[in-house]
Design a protein around this ligand. Structure first.
Ligand code: HAM
Length: 415
């Protein structure tokens, strides 16, 4: 019986995985420069964490979670996103007791039961960051800028940042009413989802893919912001401009998760069919206390790595699918084969990437392997060389060959 991978998942095979490593290395290097430190939290959490954190009326919680009862009769859920788990870890481990702002990052798989298409998977991967403990607009700008720089340094073209402010609870309550006044006369013409959202969470209506065109004249949330929210948003914009992050204000940007307050933003790029959002985030000043912690503010963002990989491919940004090998050792004869085993081990201990033949093949087949692995050098050992304690070293690019002492092989390679 042949098995297949579950719908909406991917096997990342050698040749492709090198591109993912490149993307992940870029994320780690950026986080080092911005001084964000890695956290690894469980891939599953109590279901109620996401219901509370992400919000019960969101599509993610209502329709997309992989929820199961464990053998102890507890409801568990494969994490649909990273923020809720990181907030839980921040609270549980009392990181809020530390004197500095907690700046954390993660890279890992997330799970949403969605209809798969290009750039939409059931198991996908996010690179995300979360910063706790500061309300200063400087951290909003830093978080937006880090994601933008990530895309730019990978070479993605035409990345746009859209930003908005969804204000504080009071501003949102005022906007909710203004929006309902606008939506109520057209209620009967809206889709079923929108009609139900109007009652439960009217802001989500603006995110509807079906009725979007009907909302072009909807009131702007920016007109409902109070003085403090307006000043915060203005400062974030000023800093982004000063940091040369290219952004546009989109007053209709509401994110798919409920925890946002103040700054909300998305990164957009072309290249994956109908999908143009590659990442997003925002401030969530009420989430830490919602999850049982103290009243600490937070802000973060996450970028989907499948989408990044797809765009890199579409925009033909070449990342080599192979890491060249330092040296391939070719052996001729039984005694030489034994010595190659020893030399391979020595060179690996000295830090070189090394491979060899395991199939007893002829010299020509071994040389072809060296080519396929893009070896920078090959070293050929026959019984005659072995007797003299020597080996033939060949630089693959120039074809230059010389005989070196077996004991000197590592030093010769270092040259
Ligand atoms: P999100 O907008 O739900 O935000 O997801 C962020 C990114 O994850 C999306 O822009 C997309 O690139 C990727 N993504 C989401 N769902 C899928 C899927 N089914 N297949 C492939 N990629 C997907 C969050 O998750 C928030 N936790 C971001 C955040 C961090 N906000 C504050 N801190």
């Amino acid at each position: 019986m042949a098995f297949q991978k579950p719908t909406g998942t991917q096997d990342l095979l050698p040749g492709t995985v090198e591109k993912w490593q490149f993307i992940e290395e870029k994320a780690r290097d950026l986080c080092r420069r911005y001084n964000y430190r890695e956290v690894r939290t469980p891939i599953f959490e109590q279901t109620s964490l996401f219901e509370r954190g992400v919000g019960e009326t969101t599509d993610v919680v209502e329709k997309e979670m992989y929820t199961f009862m464990d053998k102890g009769d507890r409801s568990m859920t494969l994490r649909p996103e990273g923020t809720a788990g990181v907030v839980r870890a921040y609270v549980e481990n009392k990181l809020y007791g530390e004197p500095d702002v907690s700046k954390l990052y993660y890279i890992g798989p997330m799970f949403r039961y969605e209809r798969p298409q290009a750039g939409r998977q059931r198991q996908f991967h996010q690179f995300g960051i979360e910063a706790f403990g500061a309300t200063a607009p400087a951290i909003d700008a830093e978080v937006v800028a880090l994601g933008y720089q990530f895309c730019c340094e990978l070479g993605l073209q035409d990345v746009k940042v859209e930003i908005n402010s969804v204000g504080n609870a009071e501003s949102r309550a005022a906007y909710r009413q203004t929006l309902l006044d606008f939506l109520t006369p057209m209620k009967d013409t809206l889709c079923k989802d929108c009609q139900s959202r109007m009652e439960r969470n009217p802001l989500r209506v603006l995110d509807c893919k079906i009725d979007q065109d009907k909302f072009v004249n909807a009131p702007s949330i920016l007109d409902s912001l109070d003085e403090e929210c307006t000043a915060h948003f203005a400062k974030v914009q000023e800093l982004l401009t000063a940091m040369e992050v290219e952004y546009v204000i989109n007053p209709r940007l509401v994110r798919g998760l409920d925890y946002y307050t103040h700054t909300a933003f998305e990164y957009k790029a072309q290249g994956i069919g109908a999908i143009d959002t590659i990442g997003g985030g925002g401030r969530y000043n009420g989430l830490v206390s919602e999850v049982g912690g103290p009243d600490q503010p937070g802000i973060g963002m996450a970028i989907g790595l499948e989408r990044i990989a797809l765009i890199l491919e579409k925009q033909e940004i070449g990342i080599s699918g192979i890491k060249p090998l330092d040296i391939y050792l070719v052996s001729l004869g039984e005694a030489a084969d034994r010595e190659v085993t020893i030399q391979t081990a020595k060179l690996r201990q000295a830090g070189f990437s090394v491979d060899r033949d395991y199939l007893g093949r002829k010299i020509k087949a071994q040389m072809k392997s060296a080519d396929r692995m893009q070896a920078k050098f090959t070293a050929i050992l026959g019984d005659d060389e072995l007797e003299r304690g020597e080996i033939m070293l060949k630089a693959m690019e120039t074809g230059e060959q010389r005989t070196v002492k077996l004991d000197d092989l590592a030093n010769e390679l270092k040259k």
